[in-house]
Design a protein around this ligand. Structure first.
Ligand code: SF4
Length: 424
């Protein structure tokens, strides 16, 4: 029986208890959420991990994506990035290598982290096709399923799989065109393969078989957003909504079959369309966990896309997105380095916190920070800070003579004057 099937029967697992403790909710709340499909806990038979709950009623979670590229294959660096991401507070990790020895990289990253690890099996299948047969379009259908099973056995907890691209989706894309094309690598690979071969997407036509593999290894299905727009002018277009409709239907099938499921959303969306995207997705999928890449709310800030995505992510989380994929300052420019990974995680965590302040009215930590500031209690301020290391570093770099205040106002510290004048 799968993890979801046991939840449907009312079983409360150790993972559910751990998530409940972490989130300050009851184990029954988590069990009911998993059973209804509104919460997922990506598990694996093959690795000991720190369980994480994603979905309704739980803190908004942050994913950090790492992995080699065809140009840069430095496995030690990717392992180091995994460690940095976990230390910076990422909740999950996606290992998205597209260069080097896929299985070796996955094994080493999985061994280096206690986080749930996600993957996109389609990358490996298509890139191996390039290596073996000379082109993406020569990928053999069986390879998609073989790679999925292989990656599951390495301890992959969740997989982004592009199930919602079918002939209708591709036709919608072809008819309407796009200003910025597709920015999903998986979407681009699969669309090229389908058009070249004149065939249906095997992940759609053989969805039953895909579910069998996922259930056997208890992998959580994250329904990939293959029609992800690469420009905000293409947001919420027909191809994207078509894919969402298909994924929503398939997500019901996966849930009924006993496979935990997340639905992925877009990555480039102007601020005034974010709420509609979240409502549409939640409504169509029966409130399954919603995974968003930010979204980026403008296209003109390369080098600052971690900030652009944090603005979008705070709004999407406030409206109900459950899971945020980080964006680093290197987005659209280069493979992220270690500093980029850390900055990306911190920015996404900030966005998730701001979103939860609205989604759940969670304000206690902010209230405590207000009190600590009023009292000039620096120790407490660091304890409450999202990034205590950074806060300490900045202050230590410019310490005042009067250690009670800071060098911004020095002798004229407003807080100190108020404290000495008023007694509240
Ligand atoms: S010196 Fe100015 S900025 Fe610094 S703690 Fe006091 S009021 Fe705040």
């Amino acid at each position: 029986m799968s993890f979801l099937e046991r939840a449907k029967k009312g079983e409360i697992s150790e993972e559910m208890k751990a998530v409940a403790t972490d989130e300050d909710v009851t184990p029954e709340f988590v069990q009911r959420g998993v059973a209804s499909g509104r919460i997922v806990i990506p598990v694996t038979h093959y690795r000991n991990i720190r369980p994480v709950g994603i979905g309704e009623g739980l803190r908004t979670k942050v994913n950090a994506s790492i992995g080699t590229s065809s140009d840069i294959v430095d496995v030690d660096a990717e392992v180091e990035k995994a460690i940095i991401a976990e230390k910076a507070g990422a909740d999950t990790l996606m290992e998205l290598s597209t260069g080097g020895d896929f299985l070796d990289i996955r094994r080493r990253v999985c061994n280096a982290t206690s986080l749930s690890v996600g993957s996109v099996p389609l990358y490996q299948a298509f890139i191996e096709a390039v290596r073996r047969y000379g082109a993406v379009v020569h990928m053999r259908e069986d390879d998609l399923f073989r790679v999925t099973e292989e990656q599951a056995k390495l301890g992959t907890n969740f997989m982004a799989i592009h199930t919602g691209i079918n002939q209708i989706t591709v036709e919608r894309l072809r008819k309407q065109g796009r200003h910025g094309g597709l920015c999903s690598r998986g979407g681009a690979f699969m669309t090229a393969w389908m058009i070249h071969n004149g065939k249906e997407n095997p992940l759609y036509s053989e969805f039953d078989y895909l579910l069998e593999i996922l259930k056997k290894h208890d992998v959580t299905l994250s329904m990939g957003n293959g029609m992800r727009a690469g420009a905000i002018h293409d947001a919420t277009d027909r191809a994207q909504i078509q894919e969402l409709i298909i994924n929503s239907e398939l997500s019901d099938q996966a849930h009924e079959y006993g496979v935990q499921v997340i639905v992925e959303g877009p990555g480039h969306v102007p601020m005034d369309e974010i709420e509609a995207n979240v409502i549409l997705m939640k409504r169509m999928s029966g409130n399954k966990p919603f995974y968003m890449l930010g979204p980026l709310v403008t296209d003109i800030a390369p080098g600052m896309d971690h900030m652009v995505a944090a603005i979008g992510a705070s709004i999407s989380a406030a409206h109900g997105a459950d899971f945020i994929c980080y964006v680093t300052p290197a987005e659209h420019l280069a493979l992220p380095n270690m500093e980029d990974v850390k900055t990306g995680v911190m920015s996404a965590r900030l966005a998730a916190h701001i979103g939860d302040m609205i989604k759940y009215g969670k304000r206690n930590r902010d209230l405590e920070m207000g009190h600590a500031r009023k009292n000039l209690d620096w120790k407490r301020m660091y304890e409450l800070a999202l990034n205590p290391e950074l806060a300490k570093e900045v202050r230590a770099d410019r310490m005042p003579e009067d250690r009670e205040v800071c060098t911004m106002c020095g002798d004229y510290c407003a807080l100190k004057i108020v404290r000495e004048t008023f007694h509240f």
